[in-house]
Design a protein around this ligand. Structure first.
Ligand code: MLC
Ligand code: AMP
Length: 494
């Protein structure tokens, strides 16, 4: 690898890098904006020296300018979920000791009080942008580049730190494996605070010299209208998106459905990931569009690890083989490698794609590695040469619509409700969301609770997608002899 991996951006000057609504921006435009933004951030200093700068911006040219501007000026970029509740933001900002926050318009207004309280300078993209470009620092691969917050088996999300080298490895393996070129054109409608949107779509597209079409949200009519006219040749989404597209097809004329499916048919690639793609969904999509979904497996801490082949058999219900440069191995509970097929083991991963650390959490970082392998907590088998995911070692992690949720985090918030004595949250199988959040609640004496009231109470205390989709009031939670709630017994109650 060359000394300086940066800037993670193609230099095909006149080509369109990004579209946002009716506007389009060439690589030269974007590059110039980034350099001016980086200069403004530096404000006369030589290097940001890993200053943590957060931003609260949906997918847009301003988002790209901010992310790359922070990278180019030597800072650590922290993209935040624009749907976060204030309590969640407070945790991210204090955990990362953020000093500056970038947000525009209504997003900026929503942060004014919080930033003032936390002594964080709140700026818009225009506030930062310099008139001219100054000398920018040399960024070496080992420098920290990005921090993404991820839920886990603790009640507060942890900051996953990747370096420029990590990002470089995560991008280049996908460029090679999925045959990205500058002829590609892809829509980005997934949230841009997670790697699926940031790395797999945006960064791979911008590295390859492709065109990335930005949407602030998953706007089905707008996106499908573009699919009909053949704007895109690559489509990447979580399984829930494919389910939602098919639900949408049930609401429109058959002739419209046909046009949309005919728009998918000639694409060179449709990918599903971030959660298990049910075999039924894989087959339905193939019947409708002729597309054989390429399913792959990844995680915030490792980028993408395992993928079905671009050329070759894409096997339903399986995630494929390790990507180029990624080492993967199954291990049993005694930390011995699992060498036999169809014997379950935890997926552990090694390679330049693996993150550096959990921010300011040496203990969690140490605990997540064993003998140099990152322990994913996902259990799989090797089945005739293809990995098949069997589940997770922790019942406290829920994957809903591609979002990873911590049962403990949701329980922690529910327990602050005056009427709740005890509660336990689990994920239950759901056709749309993969898993949906369900809360079992024990109330204080003499209290009652309706679902709608609890949902309204949760509003603003947690991101809306974390709010339980259903509750069950029970007299007492099942517990073992140690007093620990036995969540598998709750599943049996359903
Ligand atoms: C939205 N809602 C959800 C939800 N998303 N509920 C549960 N789980 C979810 N994922 C709820 C909202 O709270 C709201 O509830 C209602 O659905 C409508 O909200 P919306 O925002 O209009 O929904 P929609 O736009 O349809 O969102 C669905 C979605 C979104 C699938 C587009 O969830 C999404 O973008 N998911 C992808 C997340 C992602 O990128 N994960 C990758 C992580 S990286 P109400 O009650 O208020 O109406 C990773 C590594 C890897 O996993 O391998 O890639
Ligand atoms: P996140 O921490 O949000 O990056 O989510 C990563 C987790 O998503 C992994 O640890 C898996 O549990 C899950 N995941 C990602 N891709 C797949 C897949 N194709 N099949 C099953 N689970 C997946």
């Amino acid at each position: 690898m060359s000394e300086q991996v940066y800037p993670h951006l193609n230099n095909s000057n006149t080509k369109i890098a990004l579209t946002e609504g009716d506007d389009s921006f060439s690589y030269a435009d974007v590059n110039q904006r980034i350099n001016k933004f980086a200069t403004g951030l530096l404000n006369g200093s030589d290097d940001l020296n890993e200053e943590r700068i957060a931003f609260f911006i949906p997918a847009s040219v301003d988002y790209v300018t901010t992310m790359h501007g922070i990278w180019r000026a030597g800072g650590i970029a922290i993209p935040l979920n624009v749907a976060s509740a204030v309590a969640e933001l407070e945790h991210y900002l204090s955990c990362a000791s953020v000093t500056r926050m970038i947000a525009n318009g209504k997003y900026q207004e929503s942060l004014t009080d919080l930033c003032a309280q936390m002594n964080i300078e709140l700026l818009s993209v225009a506030d930062v942008m310099a008139e001219e470009v100054s000398q920018l620092p040399v960024i070496l691969p080992e420098r920290r580049a990005m921090m993404l917050f991820t839920s886990g088996t603790t009640n507060k999300p942890k900051g996953v730190v990747s370096t420029h080298k990590t990002i470089h490895a995560q991008i280049t393996t996908l460029i090679e494996a999925w045959s990205w070129t500058d002829q590609d054109s892809i829509p980005l409608f997934l949230p841009v605070h997670h790697i699926h949107g940031i790395i797999n779509i945006l960064s791979c597209g911008l590295w390859a010299g492709a065109t990335v079409h930005l949407f602030a949200k998953f706007d089905i009519p707008k996106i499908t209208a573009e699919i009909v006219t053949g704007t895109y040749n690559v489509f990447m989404a979580v399984p829930t998106i494919y389910v939602k597209l098919m639900q949408y097809f049930d609401t429109i004329d058959e002739s419209e459905v046909k046009k949309i499916c005919d728009g998918f048919r000639p694409m060179r690639l449709n990918i599903s990931g971030s959660a298990a793609c049910p075999v039924k969904l894989f087959n339905q999509w193939k019947d409708l569009t002729g597309q054989v979904l390429l399913e792959r497996y990844g995680m915030t801490e490792i980028g993408m690890g395992i993928s079905n082949p671009y050329d070759g058999e894409r096997r339903a219900g399986h995630v494929g083989q390790p990507l180029p440069g990624v080492q993967a191995q199954l291990f049993d509970e005694d930390n011995n490698p699992v060498t036999q097929e169809n014997v379950p083991g935890e997926i552990r991963v090694k390679g330049d794609n693996v993150f550096l650390e959990y921010w300011a959490n040496e203990k969690a970082t140490k605990e997540s590695f064993h003998d140099g392998w990152f322990c994913t907590g996902d259990v799989a088998v090797l089945d005739d040469g293809y990995y098949r995911i069997m589940g997770r070692s922790s019942i406290d992690i829920i994957k809903s619509g591609g979002y990873k949720l911590s049962a403990l985090e949701i329980e922690g918030t529910l327990l602050t409700h005056d009427d709740i004595a005890e509660c336990a949250v689990i994920g239950v199988e759901d056709e749309t969301w993969g898993e949906s959040v369900m809360a079992f609640i024990g109330l204080k004496a003499g209290k009652s609770m309706e679902y709608d009231d609890l949902k309204a109470w949760c509003d603003g205390k947690m991101s809306s997608y974390k709010i339980p989709k259903a509750i069950q009031i029970i007299d007492a939670l099942p517990r073992n002899a140690m007093g620990k709630v036995t969540k598998p017994d709750l599943k049996k109650l359903l």
